[in-house]
Design a protein around this ligand. Sequence first.
Ligand code: C2E
Ligand code: CA
Ligand code: CA
Length: 799
Amino acid sequence: MITLPRYDGRVTRNPNRDADSREEAGDTPSLAALMGFAPLPAALSEKVIGAQFRAVDRMIAFRIALGLLSIAFVLILYWGAAPLWLLAVWSVASLASIVPPMRSFFARRASQYEGLPPGMLWMHAIGMALQGLLWAGPMLLLAPKGSVLEVASLWTMTTCLLAAVAMGFHATPLAAGLFLTVVGGASVQMMLRAGSRELAVTVAAFSLLMLLTSLRQARQFGRQITTDRQLADKRETVSLLLGEHDDNRTDWLWQIDTARRLTGVTRQFARIAGVEAEALEGRSLLELLAGPAWESGQIDQVLHDIAAKFKAREGFANLLVPVEVNGSRRWWELSASPRMDEGGAFLGYRGVGVDMTVQRETEDRFHRLARFDPLTQLPNRLHLTEALGEAVEAMRRWNTRSAFLMIDLDRFKAVNDTLGHHVGDKLLEQVASRLRDTCGSRAFCGRLGGDEFAVLMPDIRDAAEIEGLASAIIDRLSQPYEVEHHTLFVGASVGSATGPRDGTSADELIRSADLAMYRAKEEGGGRHFAYVGSLHVEAEDRRKMEMALRSAIENGELRVEYQPVVNSTSGDLDGFEALLRWHNPEFGEVAPSRFLRIAEEARLLAALDAWVLKTACQEAARWPLPLRLSINLSPEQLWDADLIPRLEALLQGTGLDPRRLELEVMESIFTRDGSEAVRRLEQVGALGIGLALDDFGTGYSSLGCLARTRFRTIKIDRSFVAGAAAGQEEHVAILRALIAMATSLGIETTAEGVETEREVELVRRVGCTRLQGYYLGRSMRVEDVRRLFTRNARQSDAA
Ligand code: C2E
Ligand code: CA
Ligand code: CA
């Protein structure tokens, strides 16, 4: 995951830095260079001198203290023994000798040790030599005057000085060397004068030892400078490699010790964690990751996992940890492996981290997009199927039962078709929110698409639970909806399947629930149907029926029946409505509602209608009376490109007077492409054919349609007629207003499905022009229609 820039042994990002490091990688500054005798490359010499004086100046307080102590020591030792003036001169000179080094010390500090000239090394050496001489003074001038004890005391003090200078001033070997040589030489001299050759040799040896030690330290110091430089350089390189200078990098290195505390926290890590590196140093990694949750103890599972890995001293890779950085949620992906020393002892962990927040958020967004329906915000088909898959898995593992409910809205198509998709969408949103409320935490609901929804009930105990939820859903969804000033009524049909009985896979359960739902719809909607095995048989029948329907025309299984339409005032026969019938050897007489639905689903309707149109027109052309013929025109047929030429040919071929023909359309034709529908209808009207608006009162914008094209007839739906006859006052009022309006526009009205005398009376009273229904006659076979004519002819002959 972590991608480091390729490193080919050189740091390629900064050529200047590259040049520097090659020079610096050159050898350790020699002793001569440290003494200011041999030149160093300009850039380096400044740094080396700076480092030398830093080391020296660290001793400044000690140096002053030692100086003052020495003066006090000499004064005490020789007070009264040496002439006062000598002591005074010496003390003043000694004190004064501290002043120049102090001044240059402050100057160096002010310059921050930058740009120090090599000459300063010499000045410093001369200063030290002078101080050495000052110290040599008492030894050469005063010691001979004192006792052995005094010589011994002086020597003790001198050894301290020698050792201190050898150690403290090794960074400036010239200064240290001069001081040691001067003071050492004076000491030897003092011993000789005191008359002890052995002591003189010992003192000489000691001074030489100090000198050598100091030089050794100096060389060590030179090497140290180079190592420091190289280390700093390496750190720079590593930091470049880690992209610490690139604030957009999202990966970092981290390490923890055996106590799981962070060590060597990088700048990069600190930046991503939103704190100072120092503040992270030594903090417990797990505590950092857990954030405020650490206190409550409710930490994320992944942290438990990581802790377990730490405990087992195992490595881990790509664990995604949610963390809180400055109050916002971030996602870090951590990988690490245990760290061992050469001996195999455990040192802690070293790992990498990558901030995955952006990826994670994008993923979340995609996940949401892919799994939720944008209109209703409910889980979509994919999400439902996945959830069902999990439920199936749980059923298998724990021997539980789950139910899958499919919900289809009744009459939704009418809303969508008559009021448009915009209203349809609003309605679906309301349906979704009611469904969500009804299911609550009991079940998982979603939208499969269109007006189809589904509910998953995982782990159910008895069938009553399903029945309870299903009827709650039907009740709730069947309450009226208010959408943009329309009050809408839609119902719901529910089909349910219970696993594992009705299916052991998600697909099987969906199919079973779908079949049950189809059945609920067939039963008239507004109800729940639980899957039973026979539904599969029925589905199979439907499939077979579709196959049979495809060849029904060729096999002569279809026929047209004619239902009489009567003039409401005279009671005379006005015409017939052609209705399609299908008799199949295997299925027998199939109800039109059934086979027409199959035909629609199988896109066979237009072909069937064309056959009805032709057959009925040919028949009507032979009728002895100029009666009207009403034929149902499906939307599919209206959109058929050669409908108009076909009608023309038909009228010409049969010689049927176009004014006798009336084509019935449903208002839903206006929704797909309203203006195109109007154009088509006008073309039909231009042929002289009448138009009827069928099933008036079942849609939602019926009156709107009337303004769009010139209808000859409005057919008032049976539900309206029955409602009015049943005494529903508002139905009667609407019926009356509607008929009054139609009459004033010169439009005829046909009341459909008139079944009783009472209904006949009612529709007559409100002024319907024509009547149709079982009370006046069911649809008749063509032979019966013909017989009717001959009987009628015989009767009129007889009269
Ligand atoms: P529709 O156009 O409204 O036709 C009238 C339906 O009402 C017919 O049902 C008829 O038998 C029934 N009906 C007539 N009088 C009464 C009554 O007093 N009480 C009751 N309860 N029903 C009555 P059918 O033949 O079953 O047709 C149902 C629907 O199928 C028709 O409704 C029409 O929409 C469609 N349909 C029938 N034949 C054709 C066809 O050839 N082409 C097309 N596209 N649709 C057709
Ligand atoms: Ca009709
Ligand atoms: Ca009708």
